[in-house]
Design a protein around this ligand. Structure first.
Ligand SMILES: Nc1ncnc2c1ncn2[C@@H]1O[C@H](COP(=O)(O)OP(=O)(O)O)[C@@H](O)[C@H]1O
Ligand SMILES: [Mg+2]
Length: 487
């Protein structure tokens, strides 16, 4: 997430805007959106990523005129179309109606415009009337995984793990707020001063979080996590050196042998991505129940039942948390339970599930080292039930969880599996873990890339016994591989 601050707005434009002229001429009240807009500097082109077919236009120089024209057309449309009924009218009719209004308006004003520009305006007004305005072109691009609206004039996208600024912008804070209201109204919620944080979902399943003033200081902000976005596969993880082949073979064997695995890492380090990649090694005939706050996992197996939590509504009712879903899942005869991220009381239910037969479950946790991951889990379990003695928690954890995969986003932006650690028992007051494989850092090269090597720790893992009795073989030489990275 970028921490860019807003560029200060400059003084209002001295000339009367087109919208003002039109409003005066039509003897209409100037709507809030058609107020003389402050002169804004065109978005900074150099910082934009690759030009985006849907959003790059010939209007960058003249964005004010453009926005005013659009809001004027929008206003006129309200006069000719019943906007509440618009969604039931065939899109083609709405389009031709908008086309007519645009033509008339341009004619009246003698605004010179090419057909392509005219079509673009029609498309955008259509997006405004029928959809989510400036967000529509972004939502149509499947390669975009996240849309982050920091403020009305700063819209970022994430694509292939890279964050970039786009030329997309809203007219002003009021416009952005209007789009947010539209999103939350679709799911029967409301956003206002009393309820300034909302969690909603788009029709395509994308998850939306919005926060407005007074909590957001610089105006409303919005983030959208796309549903069905491209999730990096294990092949891609091998290709970009997140992991080396023998490590992946080892983990695949562990998953097949129903080893419970905990994936640990920081925010954005690639926990969910790794969970998704490893889940794909679960044999196809097993029944899997996934539990997430936002459905991100994309499993290919036949018997997958997907659960998602639900936040409480305005009157704090109807919330369903992960813990309730874990309990429900256990009644549904699962072979495995995959929990997107373990964050609270559900840790206890998962632990009990893992110790009573649902083996081979997987989850992720926010922690910086494998050992830290267990301290976090222990704290979560204590939160759920203070009566359980620590010793018992440690014993249950050590008997349930066999393997920890630590993922990390390194300083050069690359993601690496930096430890695959095995749980070997309890020592004094903590769970003892030992590396099977790790990424040994050596330094940083001239281009700022992290140098190092993936390698085996030299210790024969205890899990080999389990693999053997499960009849799961490991390729020869799986512990001999060493993979140099930027060396
Ligand atoms: N191994 C990887 N290589 C490249 N990009 C990755 C890798 N793992 C994750 N990413 C990217 O990083 C972002 C965050 O990944 P995610 O798995 O959601 O992280 P977390 O669950 O730890 O917050 C995603 O955009 C994802 O595509
Ligand atoms: Mg995640």
């Amino acid at each position: 997430m970028s921490t860019d601050s807003n560029t200060p707005e400059q003084s209002p434009a001295p000339r009367p805007s087109l919208a003002q002229l039109l409003a005066a001429k039509n003897n209409q009240t100037v709507t809030k959106s058609a107020r003389p807009a402050a002169k804004r500097s065109a978005p900074d082109q150099e910082t934009h990523g690759p030009r985006h077919p849907a959003t790059a236009g010939g209007f960058a120089r003249n964005t004010d005129r453009y926005f005013e024209l659009k809001s004027e057309i929008h206003k006129k449309l309200i006069g000719v179309l019943d906007l509440d009924r618009v969604s039931s009218i065939p899109k083609e009719r709405v389009r031709s109606e908008i086309g007519r209004v645009v033509e008339r308006l341009l004619d009246d004003e003698r605004v010179p415009m090419t057909t392509a520009e005219q079509n673009k305006i029609v498309e955008e007004v259509l997006d405004e009337v029928l959809g989510l305005g400036p967000l529509e072109p972004l939502l149509k691009e499947p390669s975009i995984s996240d849309i982050l609206v920091n403020s009305y004039n700063k819209v970022y996208i994430e694509r292939m793990g890279r964050l970039q600024l786009t030329p997309v912008r809203f007219r002003d804070n009021g416009h952005l707020l209007h789009i947010i209201e539209k999103i939350v109204a679709q799911v029967g919620r409301r956003v206002d001063e009393a309820q300034p944080i909302v969690d909603a979902r788009l029709q395509d399943g994308s998850r939306v979080n919005a926060i407005i003033p007074p909590l957001a200081l610089d105006g409303p902000s919005l983030s959208i996590r796309r549903f069905g976005r491209h999730v990096i596969t294990s092949e891609e993880m091998l290709a970009n050196r997140t992991i080396m082949p023998s490590m992946l073979q080892f983990l695949a064997a562990c998953v097949q042998a129903k080893t419970t695995i905990l994936i640990s890492g920081g925010t954005g380090s690639g926990k969910t991505t790794t969970l998704n990649a490893l889940s794909r090694f679960i044999p196809g005939e097993e029944r899997i129940i996934t539990i997430e706050d936002t459905a991100e996992l994309q499993l290919q197996q036949r018997h997958v039942v997907k659960f998602e939590t639900r936040p409480a509504n305005l009157t704090k009712e109807g919330g369903i948390n992960q813990r309730m879903l874990v309990r429900t899942a256990l009644r549904m005869r699962p072979d495995r339970i995959v929990v997107g991220e373990c964050r609270g009381a559900e840790a206890l239910d998962m632990l009990q599930a893992m110790n009573t037969g649902v083996e081979g479950s997987m989850t992720t946790i926010h922690a910086n080292t494998p050992r830290d991951a267990f301290s976090r889990l222990e704290a979560m379990i204590l939160m759920a039930d203070l009566q359980i003695p620590t010793r018992v928690i440690l014993q249950q954890l050590a008997s349930a969880i066999k393997m920890v995969v630590q993922v990390s986003r390194l300083q050069d932006g690359s993601r690496k599996i930096i430890n695959i650690s095995e749980v070997i028992g309890i020592k004094e007051d903590h769970i003892e873990v030992r590396d099977v494989f790790f990424f040994e850092r050596v330094g940083v090269n001239a281009e700022g890339k992290v140098q190092g090597r993936f390698r085996w720790s030299g210790e024969a893992p205890k899990i080999l016994h389990r693999l053997k009795i499960s009849g799961i073989g490991l390729p020869d030489g799986v512990f001999d591989e060493v993979l140099n990275v930027n060396l």
